[in-house]
Design a protein around this ligand. Structure first.
Ligand code: ARG
Ligand code: MN
Ligand code: MN
Ligand code: MN
Length: 306
Protein backbone atom coordinates (compact mmCIF):
# COMPACT_ATOMS: atom_id res chain seq x y z
CA UNK A 1 0.00 0.00 0.00
CA UNK A 2 1.16 3.54 -0.72
CA UNK A 3 0.84 5.43 2.59
CA UNK A 4 0.73 9.21 2.30
CA UNK A 5 1.47 11.11 5.50
CA UNK A 6 -0.18 14.51 5.57
CA UNK A 7 0.66 16.77 8.53
CA UNK A 8 -2.10 19.09 9.74
CA UNK A 9 -0.76 21.49 12.39
CA UNK A 10 -4.20 22.56 13.58
CA UNK A 11 -5.01 23.45 17.18
CA UNK A 12 -7.66 26.14 16.77
CA UNK A 13 -10.48 23.65 17.36
CA UNK A 14 -9.27 22.72 20.85
CA UNK A 15 -9.16 24.82 24.00
CA UNK A 16 -5.66 23.74 24.99
CA UNK A 17 -2.68 24.66 22.86
CA UNK A 18 -0.29 21.96 21.67
CA UNK A 19 -1.96 19.81 18.99
CA UNK A 20 -0.08 21.88 16.44
CA UNK A 21 2.97 19.78 17.40
CA UNK A 22 1.15 16.48 16.83
CA UNK A 23 2.47 15.79 13.31
CA UNK A 24 6.06 16.36 14.45
CA UNK A 25 5.69 14.01 17.41
CA UNK A 26 4.27 11.27 15.19
CA UNK A 27 7.24 11.66 12.86
CA UNK A 28 9.73 11.65 15.74
CA UNK A 29 8.05 8.49 17.09
CA UNK A 30 8.93 6.76 13.82
CA UNK A 31 5.69 6.51 11.89
CA UNK A 32 7.25 6.43 8.43
CA UNK A 33 9.83 3.78 9.37
CA UNK A 34 7.20 1.61 11.06
CA UNK A 35 5.12 1.61 7.87
CA UNK A 36 8.13 1.05 5.61
CA UNK A 37 9.19 -1.92 7.79
CA UNK A 38 5.84 -3.52 6.95
CA UNK A 39 6.68 -3.27 3.27
CA UNK A 40 4.57 -0.22 2.49
CA UNK A 41 5.65 2.58 0.21
CA UNK A 42 5.63 5.76 2.32
CA UNK A 43 5.46 9.36 1.10
CA UNK A 44 5.63 12.09 3.71
CA UNK A 45 3.91 15.05 2.08
CA UNK A 46 5.02 17.36 4.90
CA UNK A 47 2.80 19.72 6.83
CA UNK A 48 0.06 21.81 5.24
CA UNK A 49 0.42 25.54 5.85
CA UNK A 50 -2.35 27.32 7.74
CA UNK A 51 -4.66 28.67 5.01
CA UNK A 52 -5.58 32.36 4.76
CA UNK A 53 -8.82 33.26 6.53
CA UNK A 54 -11.71 35.54 5.68
CA UNK A 55 -14.42 37.04 7.87
CA UNK A 56 -17.03 34.48 8.85
CA UNK A 57 -19.30 34.88 11.81
CA UNK A 58 -22.01 32.92 13.57
CA UNK A 59 -24.75 33.99 15.96
CA UNK A 60 -23.39 31.78 18.74
CA UNK A 61 -20.75 34.02 20.28
CA UNK A 62 -19.22 31.09 22.17
CA UNK A 63 -17.85 29.71 18.89
CA UNK A 64 -14.06 30.04 18.80
CA UNK A 65 -11.75 30.48 15.79
CA UNK A 66 -14.50 30.05 13.20
CA UNK A 67 -12.61 31.72 10.32
CA UNK A 68 -9.60 29.46 10.91
CA UNK A 69 -11.64 26.26 11.09
CA UNK A 70 -13.68 27.15 8.01
CA UNK A 71 -10.49 27.85 6.04
CA UNK A 72 -8.89 24.58 7.19
CA UNK A 73 -12.07 22.65 6.33
CA UNK A 74 -12.06 24.06 2.79
CA UNK A 75 -8.38 23.25 2.35
CA UNK A 76 -8.61 19.77 3.86
CA UNK A 77 -11.67 18.76 1.85
CA UNK A 78 -9.65 19.52 -1.31
CA UNK A 79 -6.47 17.83 -0.09
CA UNK A 80 -8.31 14.73 1.14
CA UNK A 81 -10.21 14.44 -2.13
CA UNK A 82 -7.02 14.75 -4.15
CA UNK A 83 -4.88 12.41 -2.05
CA UNK A 84 -7.53 9.69 -1.76
CA UNK A 85 -7.49 9.09 -5.51
CA UNK A 86 -4.58 6.68 -5.10
CA UNK A 87 -3.06 5.07 -2.00
CA UNK A 88 -3.97 5.55 1.62
CA UNK A 89 -3.88 9.05 3.10
CA UNK A 90 -2.97 9.18 6.80
CA UNK A 91 -3.87 12.56 8.27
CA UNK A 92 -1.60 13.54 11.15
CA UNK A 93 -3.39 15.92 13.48
CA UNK A 94 -3.93 18.30 14.77
CA UNK A 95 -7.19 18.52 16.69
CA UNK A 96 -10.38 16.70 15.69
CA UNK A 97 -11.84 19.71 13.85
CA UNK A 98 -9.69 18.55 10.94
CA UNK A 99 -12.04 15.62 10.35
CA UNK A 100 -14.71 17.99 9.08
CA UNK A 101 -12.46 18.49 6.07
CA UNK A 102 -10.81 15.08 5.71
CA UNK A 103 -14.10 13.18 5.88
CA UNK A 104 -15.82 15.63 3.51
CA UNK A 105 -12.99 15.08 1.01
CA UNK A 106 -12.85 11.29 1.18
CA UNK A 107 -16.67 11.14 1.03
CA UNK A 108 -16.56 13.10 -2.22
CA UNK A 109 -13.99 10.62 -3.54
CA UNK A 110 -16.14 7.64 -2.52
CA UNK A 111 -19.12 9.20 -4.29
CA UNK A 112 -17.02 9.53 -7.47
CA UNK A 113 -16.24 5.84 -7.24
CA UNK A 114 -19.91 5.04 -6.71
CA UNK A 115 -19.20 3.48 -3.33
CA UNK A 116 -20.68 4.43 0.06
CA UNK A 117 -18.31 5.88 2.67
CA UNK A 118 -18.43 4.43 6.17
CA UNK A 119 -16.77 6.14 9.14
CA UNK A 120 -15.45 4.42 12.26
CA UNK A 121 -15.23 7.08 14.98
CA UNK A 122 -12.96 5.93 17.82
CA UNK A 123 -13.42 8.56 20.52
CA UNK A 124 -14.56 9.28 24.07
CA UNK A 125 -16.80 11.96 22.54
CA UNK A 126 -19.42 12.01 19.79
CA UNK A 127 -18.26 15.41 18.39
CA UNK A 128 -21.83 15.95 17.27
CA UNK A 129 -22.43 19.56 18.26
CA UNK A 130 -23.68 22.10 15.76
CA UNK A 131 -22.42 25.68 15.70
CA UNK A 132 -25.60 26.59 17.55
CA UNK A 133 -25.49 23.90 20.22
CA UNK A 134 -21.81 24.02 21.23
CA UNK A 135 -21.38 25.52 24.66
CA UNK A 136 -17.59 25.26 24.89
CA UNK A 137 -17.29 26.82 21.43
CA UNK A 138 -14.43 24.40 20.66
CA UNK A 139 -14.95 23.30 17.10
CA UNK A 140 -13.27 19.92 17.53
CA UNK A 141 -16.68 19.12 19.01
CA UNK A 142 -18.61 19.54 15.71
CA UNK A 143 -17.11 17.52 12.81
CA UNK A 144 -19.57 14.61 12.87
CA UNK A 145 -22.58 16.94 12.75
CA UNK A 146 -21.01 18.72 9.78
CA UNK A 147 -20.06 15.74 7.63
CA UNK A 148 -23.36 13.95 8.25
CA UNK A 149 -25.17 17.03 6.99
CA UNK A 150 -26.91 18.17 10.18
CA UNK A 151 -28.48 21.62 9.78
CA UNK A 152 -26.80 24.82 10.92
CA UNK A 153 -23.52 24.89 8.97
CA UNK A 154 -24.81 26.77 5.93
CA UNK A 155 -23.18 30.10 5.26
CA UNK A 156 -20.09 29.25 7.30
CA UNK A 157 -18.59 25.83 6.52
CA UNK A 158 -18.22 24.82 2.84
CA UNK A 159 -21.24 23.10 1.28
CA UNK A 160 -20.87 19.31 1.36
CA UNK A 161 -20.47 17.64 -2.02
CA UNK A 162 -21.31 14.24 -0.50
CA UNK A 163 -22.72 14.13 3.05
CA UNK A 164 -21.99 10.89 4.91
CA UNK A 165 -25.12 8.89 5.65
CA UNK A 166 -25.44 8.90 9.47
CA UNK A 167 -26.38 5.22 9.24
CA UNK A 168 -22.84 4.57 7.94
CA UNK A 169 -21.17 6.04 11.04
CA UNK A 170 -20.14 3.77 13.91
CA UNK A 171 -18.76 5.22 17.14
CA UNK A 172 -16.84 3.12 19.64
CA UNK A 173 -15.43 4.18 23.01
CA UNK A 174 -18.00 6.85 23.81
CA UNK A 175 -18.19 8.02 27.43
CA UNK A 176 -18.85 11.75 27.31
CA UNK A 177 -21.99 13.03 25.58
CA UNK A 178 -23.46 16.52 26.06
CA UNK A 179 -27.27 16.93 26.27
CA UNK A 180 -27.58 18.56 22.83
CA UNK A 181 -25.54 15.74 21.30
CA UNK A 182 -27.80 13.20 22.97
CA UNK A 183 -30.79 14.87 21.32
CA UNK A 184 -29.18 14.66 17.87
CA UNK A 185 -28.20 11.03 18.47
CA UNK A 186 -31.76 10.09 19.25
CA UNK A 187 -32.82 11.41 15.82
CA UNK A 188 -29.83 10.41 13.71
CA UNK A 189 -29.22 6.81 12.76
CA UNK A 190 -25.63 6.61 14.06
CA UNK A 191 -24.44 3.33 15.56
CA UNK A 192 -22.98 4.14 18.95
CA UNK A 193 -21.14 1.81 21.31
CA UNK A 194 -20.29 3.31 24.66
CA UNK A 195 -17.80 1.82 27.11
CA UNK A 196 -20.55 -0.15 28.79
CA UNK A 197 -21.29 -1.81 25.48
CA UNK A 198 -17.60 -2.74 25.16
CA UNK A 199 -17.63 -4.16 28.68
CA UNK A 200 -20.77 -6.19 28.04
CA UNK A 201 -20.03 -7.55 24.58
CA UNK A 202 -16.32 -7.11 23.98
CA UNK A 203 -15.03 -4.73 21.34
CA UNK A 204 -14.48 -7.53 18.79
CA UNK A 205 -18.17 -8.41 18.48
CA UNK A 206 -19.16 -4.75 18.11
CA UNK A 207 -16.56 -4.06 15.46
CA UNK A 208 -17.20 -7.29 13.57
CA UNK A 209 -20.85 -6.50 12.99
CA UNK A 210 -19.96 -3.05 11.66
CA UNK A 211 -17.26 -4.45 9.35
CA UNK A 212 -19.74 -6.97 8.00
CA UNK A 213 -22.05 -4.10 7.09
CA UNK A 214 -19.24 -2.25 5.31
CA UNK A 215 -18.32 -5.41 3.40
CA UNK A 216 -21.91 -6.13 2.39
CA UNK A 217 -22.29 -2.58 1.06
CA UNK A 218 -18.93 -2.69 -0.81
CA UNK A 219 -18.07 0.43 1.17
CA UNK A 220 -14.90 2.39 1.72
CA UNK A 221 -13.94 2.89 5.36
CA UNK A 222 -12.46 5.99 6.95
CA UNK A 223 -11.11 5.55 10.50
CA UNK A 224 -10.88 8.57 12.79
CA UNK A 225 -8.81 7.83 15.89
CA UNK A 226 -8.99 10.42 18.67
CA UNK A 227 -6.29 9.90 21.33
CA UNK A 228 -8.95 10.16 24.03
CA UNK A 229 -10.52 6.91 22.76
CA UNK A 230 -7.70 5.37 24.79
CA UNK A 231 -7.56 5.25 28.54
CA UNK A 232 -5.56 8.19 29.89
CA UNK A 233 -3.36 5.73 31.80
CA UNK A 234 -1.87 4.53 28.50
CA UNK A 235 -2.37 7.72 26.45
CA UNK A 236 -1.95 10.84 28.58
CA UNK A 237 -1.12 13.26 25.74
CA UNK A 238 -4.56 14.71 25.08
CA UNK A 239 -6.31 17.80 26.40
CA UNK A 240 -9.71 16.12 26.83
CA UNK A 241 -8.95 12.97 28.82
CA UNK A 242 -11.92 10.99 30.10
CA UNK A 243 -11.28 8.10 32.51
CA UNK A 244 -12.33 4.58 31.62
CA UNK A 245 -11.20 4.42 28.01
CA UNK A 246 -10.10 1.65 25.70
CA UNK A 247 -7.18 -0.41 26.93
CA UNK A 248 -3.93 -0.98 25.11
CA UNK A 249 -5.12 -4.46 24.17
CA UNK A 250 -8.60 -3.41 23.05
CA UNK A 251 -7.13 -0.71 20.84
CA UNK A 252 -4.64 -3.08 19.22
CA UNK A 253 -7.36 -5.66 18.66
CA UNK A 254 -9.47 -3.04 16.88
CA UNK A 255 -6.54 -2.14 14.66
CA UNK A 256 -5.69 -5.77 13.89
CA UNK A 257 -9.28 -6.55 12.96
CA UNK A 258 -9.36 -3.47 10.75
CA UNK A 259 -6.23 -4.68 9.02
CA UNK A 260 -7.64 -8.14 8.46
CA UNK A 261 -10.83 -6.66 7.01
CA UNK A 262 -8.90 -4.96 4.21
CA UNK A 263 -11.55 -2.23 4.22
CA UNK A 264 -9.73 0.85 5.52
CA UNK A 265 -9.02 3.46 2.86
CA UNK A 266 -8.05 6.51 4.97
CA UNK A 267 -7.11 7.36 8.56
CA UNK A 268 -7.07 10.36 10.91
CA UNK A 269 -4.73 10.35 13.92
CA UNK A 270 -5.99 13.27 15.98
CA UNK A 271 -5.81 15.18 19.26
CA UNK A 272 -2.25 14.19 20.11
CA UNK A 273 -0.91 17.00 22.28
CA UNK A 274 2.82 16.36 22.68
CA UNK A 275 3.09 19.07 25.35
CA UNK A 276 1.07 16.77 27.62
CA UNK A 277 2.96 13.56 26.79
CA UNK A 278 5.30 11.55 29.00
CA UNK A 279 8.57 10.82 27.22
CA UNK A 280 6.70 10.31 23.93
CA UNK A 281 4.70 7.31 25.09
CA UNK A 282 1.40 8.44 23.55
CA UNK A 283 3.00 9.28 20.21
CA UNK A 284 4.74 5.90 20.27
CA UNK A 285 1.46 4.12 21.05
CA UNK A 286 -0.22 5.85 18.10
CA UNK A 287 2.59 4.70 15.82
CA UNK A 288 2.26 1.13 17.11
CA UNK A 289 -1.52 1.19 16.66
CA UNK A 290 -1.10 2.47 13.12
CA UNK A 291 1.39 -0.34 12.47
CA UNK A 292 -1.19 -2.87 13.70
CA UNK A 293 -3.75 -1.32 11.38
CA UNK A 294 -1.29 -1.61 8.50
CA UNK A 295 -0.41 -5.25 9.07
CA UNK A 296 1.99 -5.67 12.00
CA UNK A 297 1.09 -8.87 13.82
CA UNK A 298 2.55 -11.25 16.37
CA UNK A 299 1.65 -14.51 14.61
CA UNK A 300 0.09 -15.50 11.33
CA UNK A 301 -3.34 -16.94 11.91
CA UNK A 302 -5.53 -19.26 9.91
CA UNK A 303 -7.51 -17.20 7.44
CA UNK A 304 -10.56 -15.54 8.86
CA UNK A 305 -11.41 -12.26 7.32
CA UNK A 306 -12.28 -10.50 10.60
N1 ARG B 1 -18.35 17.80 23.88
C1 ARG B 1 -17.28 18.62 24.38
C2 ARG B 1 -17.31 20.00 23.72
O1 ARG B 1 -18.03 20.17 22.77
C3 ARG B 1 -15.93 17.97 24.19
C4 ARG B 1 -15.52 17.79 22.76
C5 ARG B 1 -14.22 17.09 22.69
N2 ARG B 1 -13.87 16.82 21.34
C6 ARG B 1 -12.68 16.35 20.96
N3 ARG B 1 -12.51 16.16 19.67
N4 ARG B 1 -11.74 16.10 21.83
O2 ARG B 1 -16.60 20.87 24.12
MN1 MN C 1 -12.91 13.74 19.00
MN1 MN D 1 -12.52 13.02 22.06
MN1 MN E 1 -3.54 -8.72 10.89
Amino acid sequence: MHCKLIGIPLQDGASQLGCEMGPSALRVAGLAAALADLGHEVSDLGNLSPPPTRDVAHGNSAVRNLPEIVAWTELLADVAYRESGEGMPIFLGGDHALSAGTVAGVARRAADKGRPLFVLWLDAHTDLHTLTSTESGNLHGVPVAYFTGQPGFDGTFPPLVAPVDAANVCMIGIRSVDPAERATLSKADITIHDMRSIDEHGVAALLRSFLERVTDANGLLHVSLDVDFLDPAVAPAVGTTVPGGATFREAHLVMEMLHDSGLVSSLDLVELNPFLDERGRTATLLVDLTASLMGRKVLDRPTRSF
